[in-house]
Design a protein around this ligand. Sequence first.
Ligand code: AP5
Length: 236
Amino acid sequence: MKSIFLGPPGCGKGTQAARLQERYGLVQISTGQMLREEVAKGSDLGRKVGGIMESGKLVPDELIIAMIGHRISGEDCQGGFILDGFPRTTSQAAALYSMLGNKRIVLDHVVHFSVDEDAMVRRITGRFSCAECGAGYHDEYQTPSVYGECDHCGGKEFQRRADDNEETVRARLEDYHTQTAPLIDFYTEIGLLRTIDGMAPIDDVTAELAEMFHRGSEQVEPAAIDESSNEIPATR
Ligand code: AP5
């Protein structure tokens, strides 16, 4: 199964992709996480993107496209993957379209998480994760079963993301509207979009996704695209 998870910051893409990875062995490809690892390592890429990410702005397309092209070719992705946080612009969607076409990979779903955006600020400012294994939690909605101890690895250290403050979340939501939301129409037109209720409780969202994944893929012939252009087709 090859899917894209699409939705604003805080909608639950990462939480659900991690659960489906555990359940079905699909590879979660989170561009945000990959970039955070580069920042932590202090690599060239990390030094270029650290400040951009902290401000809530999108990293330039060419950096992301190069990074994802390499990752998608990985041996571990052959059995299926979930793109969590990519594509986020029309240029990224066009690049992905070509990349998948060249590798003869067919996407099964683009899952759009429909949410009330005012609630997203609360979700993000309450988010934290295990410093040891990265498992995600929330101050109100997803606390560890034993206070101060990670459910997955027993770790006792937790961390919060540098970009998880209200000001940055609002900048990220604004970018989502101008740059990412237009992809909803594109994936609707080529018949791949599935919308789920991202405001439902976490377990219910997982159940809905599991059912969708079980139902399997509906093979859809993708719309024609002008490969020489960097724009995805607006209509068919
Ligand atoms: P990224 O890491 O991708 O951040 P994001 O898209 O802003 O998404 P989030 O991780 O904040 O939200 P999520 O939907 O995964 O929510 P989660 O499941 O954690 O990107 C970070 C930065 O990297 C970007 O700002 C940009 O600079 C750069 N970047 C990354 N990709 C890029 C790209 N393609 N192009 C350019 N730049 C890029 O849930 C949030 C919280 O809510 C959690 O605490 C969770 O427990 C809780 N929660 C989840 N679901 C529910 C629910 N149903 N009910 C109640 N609580 C819930």
